[in-house]
Each structure stands twice: as structure tokens, then as C-alpha cells.
Design a protein around this ligand. Structure first.
Ligand code: PLP
Length: 463
């Protein structure tokens, strides 16, 4: 399988290069040259597999010849051995609804499903192809810890994660700073998340620095993250349908950067019998407005009870746009230019109809989020995290839809306490965090301070 850029400016690359490239060198996102089609007979066979076996099958057509089968099996086994549940992403039934629990990984949120695999892939490819990788990122909470846990202790990789000092939750801060592996470098920036993100952008734009220090990113634009997230749609469908191709399943997906729901869309295009895909957003509703009106227009970013979804411009949206525009990179570039110049882009007619066929969407307020946590707890005793509650409320009129449970409630306990007055018991991964030793540098919100720290940490790099 070869990979192309949504903007048409990258010579086709293989799987390994696509993973290492992350963002396309032309600024676009990488997509497979063809989406593999899985026949109904094979889907039926797959419905008998455990998560790890299924993962190998789902990934194989994308990986192609890039990684020998036995190595892929080993990478998958190792990546999901860190999960606390033997089924990795089990379905749970409570209050008459199926919940797809994606939070049994080391940081108790669904990003582990992709980042545990990505960390191992990076290590494997670096060992094989030589070289080193320095990951640099800014986090407002969830992604930083999942990325750190993905690459901690991995040979050839250093990770630098900036968070705004005192502005992430105490659990999130501890999840990052209690990881003491020598290759993990936490930096508390004396500023806001926007400051941290601006610094990261500045350093990535400093091409000599970027090349000399071999900087890479782990944000949700990496293709491998999307592919890893398709696995649990196949898994849930197999468990619910028993492999019956007539049995179509709907999913409600708490959405921020459009990575998770795009993975569902991709699974459907591969032939998985998915009925409805529901884009569930909080008050930051750019995507639900797009589905309703065909207009994609960023607004102000609001802080909500589901902070991992406090996003306006969704970084994976460009992948969907590429397919909506019939895989025409020139059309993608034109629409993105329109967005850049006017602050909005618009699709109409036939394309609007296709968007409405592909997705339902609903925005959910904080008040509704709290009401949903309360109601599900009252009827079943099951405690939702606020992101999952957004997914459930968006599917209020579709009791059959599986809701993706994207984080463990104990990770977002303030919202849960506000809703039901109860502290959810933490999973083993979140226990004892406050007592553990921490390591974290504190630096000014200044690109030179950060690059200086990185140079000092990595020592002189000779080229
Ligand atoms: C990242 C995240 C989301 C949003 O997922 P996207 O792929 O960005 O749409 C939802 N819930 C939780 C808990 C998350 O960490």
C-alpha cells in the first residue's frame, strides 16, 4: 500500500515512511492510495478473533510489505499487553445501552489505543532504519500523557512535552511528571496552552533546528493513529453482530479533532456494516454546524466540562474533505484556501447530501452533559466521564447506538462529582499518582528557552 497527501504534493510513500513523516511535507495529511475492501465472508471470520488477532488483520492491508507479518504480530501483542482488560476494548451493557470502553490503557483514555501502537512502531522503524527521533508537543491535558506512555523507555526516542504550568488538572499533571524514564522530558511552561503551542510551532518552523535535532510530532494527524482506531469498530461490530452482514451497528463518537469518528468512517468505507455515525460535540460545535448547514466556520473556543473536545478547527477534517471532494487534491487546496481567506468553507448540493448520509451530528451543552451523567447513574449505576456523556446525550433518540466511552470517569472526577456527588473509584493506572516522585523542568514561555533546554538535554548533535 502506498500513501498520498490530501494536497497532492508528496510522492507516494510506503507505510513506514508515512508513519515517520506524520504531517505530509506539503502540509497535507497522508491517506491510503486505495481504501481496502473487506468482503462479508472475511468480516464473518474476523468476528471470531480476539482484539490482537483482529488488529493484525485490520492493519495488514495498510502495512503491506513494510513490516513482516511475524513482526507485526509481535508489535501488536506488545502494544496491547499494557491494557488492564483482557479484551482491550470491551463492550459493557448498562441501562439498556452498549458502551465501547476504550479507557483500559495506561492513561485511562482512548488515545492509548493508538499511541501504545505508535510508540512501538516508531521504535521498531528507528531500530531498522537507523537514526533517532525527538518528539516535541504541547498538551492541554490528555494527549501529552498518552504520548509519554507510548514512548517511555523506547530506544532512539526522546520526548519533550510542554504543558502550561498550573493549568492542567492535578491528575493529568501527575500522569506526565511521574514518568521518570530518562527519555521523557516534561516542561511546565510559565504561560498558557496557546503559548506552549506557539513555541512548538516556532520550533517546527525553524527548519535547521528541526533537521539537526530530528524533530517529529505525535499529534492526531499521524496516519497510524487513525488506522489503530479503526480496529475497535470492527471488534465491536463482530461482538454485536456475530458476523451477520445484515446486522448494521450505529456508533456515537465524542468528537474533537475528528480522528476517532474519521476512523469509524474509514471502517465503513472498508465494508464494515455501520449504520449511523453520530458526531457528538460539546458547545464547540463547528462539526455539528457543518453537518447541518454545509458551512465549516470556526468560532471562539469555549471551555467546557469535556476539555479534550474543546477544539474548533479539527485537524483530521481535511482527510474527510479529500474523500468528499472525490480524492481531488486541487479541490482540497481550493477549499482550504477559501477557509484561510474567508474564515469558512462551504459545500453544497450533492456533497451536502453525502455529508448527511455519512453522519448525524449533535452539540451537547454542559448542563445536558451533567444531566446525562446523572440519568445513566440513576438508572444503572454506571458512571460516565463527561466526554462519554456527550456521546450518550447526542444518541438520546438512538438507543441501539453504541457509545464510545473515551475516558475513565475518575480521570475527570470534578465533572462527575458535580453531577452525582460521588468520586468514581480510580482504575489501577490512576492510583497512587499523588505520592509518586516527579520530574519536570520549569521554563519561561519563550521558544529560545525551550530550544536551549532541548540542546542541553540532548547534548551537542553533530551532523
Ligand atoms: C481526544 C479525546 C476525544 C476526542 O477525540 P478526537 O479523535 O480528537 O475527535 C474525546 N474524548 C476524550 C476523552 C479524548 O481524550
Amino acid at each position: 500500500m502506498r500513501y498520498l497527501s490530501t494536497r497532492g504534493g508528496v510522492e507516494p510513500v510506503g507505510f513506514a515512511d508515512a508513519v515517520m513523516m506524520g504531517l505530509g511535507t506539503d502540509g497535507g495529511l497522508l491517506v491510503p492510495e486505495q481504501i481496502p475492501k473487506i468482503p462479508a465472508k472475511r468480516l464473518k471470520d474476523w468476528s471470531q478473533l480476539n482484539f490482537q488477532q483482529l488488529a493484525v488483520e485490520v492493519l495488514s492491508p495498510f502495512v503491506g510489505e513494510s513490516i513482516p507479518h511475524a513482526d507485526l504480530v509481535e508489535l501488536v501483542e506488545r502494544s496491547y499487553a499494557t491494557f488492564l482488560h483482557p479484551e482491550v476494548t470491551p463492550l459493557a451493557e448498562h441501562g439498556g445501552r452498549q458502551w465501547l470502553e476504550l479507557f483500559h490503557g495506561p492513561t485511562a483514555a482512548f488515545k492509548d489505543v493508538a499511541l501504545q501502537l505508535l510508540g512501538n512502531l516508531f521504535e521498531y522503524l528507528i531500530a531498522r532504519e537507523g537514526g533517532v527521533l525527538r518528539i516535541l508537543g504541547a498538551t492541554s491535558g490528555d494527549t501529552g500523557s498518552a504520548a509519554i506512555y507510548g514512548v517511555r523507555g523506547k530506544a532512539g526516542i526522546d520526548i519533550f512535552i510542554l504543558h502550561p504550568k498550573g493549568r492542567v488538572s492535578p491528575i493529568q499533571e501527575r500522569q506526565m511528571t511521574t514518568v521518570l524514564d530518562a527519555n521523557v522530558h516534561n516542561i511546565a511552561v510559565l504561560g498558557t496552552f496557546d503559548d506552549a503551542q506557539r513555541i512548538v510551532k516556532t520550533l517546527f518552523n525553524d527548519l535547521p533546528f528541526k533537521q539537526q535535532y530530528r524533530l517529529g510530532a505525535v499529534n492526531s494527524i499521524n496516519l497510524a493513529r487513525i488506522l489503530a482506531q479503526t480496529i475497535y469498530y470492527f471488534y465491536a461490530w463482530g461482538r454485536i453482530s456475530g458476523g451477520n452482514p445484515e446486522h448494521r451497528v450505529s456508533f456515537s463518537v465524542p468528537t474533537g479533532n475528528f480522528g476517532d469518528v474519521f476512523a469509524g468512517w474509514l471502517a465503513k468505507r472498508m465494508g464494515l456494516p455501520i449504520d449511523r455515525l453520530i458526531i457528538a460535540t460539546n458547545r464547540n460545535d463547528i462539526l455539528s454546524r457543518f453537518v447541518a448547514s454545509g458551512v465549516y466556520q470556526a468560532g471562539e473556543v469555549f471551555q467546557t466540562l469535556s476539555p479534550a473536545m474543546d477544539i474548533q478547527l479539527a485537524s483530521n477534517f481535511e482527510r474527510y474533505l479529500y474523500y468528499l471532494l472525490d480524492e481531488d487534491p486541487a479541490a482540497v487546496r481550493a477549499l482550504l484556501a477559501e477557509l484561510e481567506q474567508t474564515g469558512q468553507l462551504q459545500v453544497d448540493g450533492e456533497r451536502r447530501r453525502r455529508v448527511a448520509e455519512d453522519f448525524d451530528a449533535r452539540a451537547v451543552s454542559d448542563a445536558e452533559t451533567l444531566a446525562e451523567i446523572r440519568q445513566v447513574y440513576a438508572t444503572s449505576g454506571y458512571i460516565l466521564c463527561p466526554h462519554t456523556a456527550v456521546g450518550a446525550r447526542a444518541a438520546a433518540d438512538n438507543a441501539e447506538a453504541v457509545v464510545l466511552a473515551t475516558a475513565h470517569p475518575a480521570k475527570f472526577d470534578a465533572a462527575v462529582v458535580e453531577a452525582i456527588g460521588i468520586e468514581p473509584p480510580p482504575p489501577r493506572s490512576l492510583q497512587g499518582l499523588l505520592e509518586r516522585e516527579t520530574r519536570c523542568a520549569e521554563l519561561a514561555a519563550d521558544a529560545e528557552a525551550i530550544s536551549g533546554f532541548m540542546r542541553e538535554t540532548l547534548g551537542a548533535v553533530e551532523d
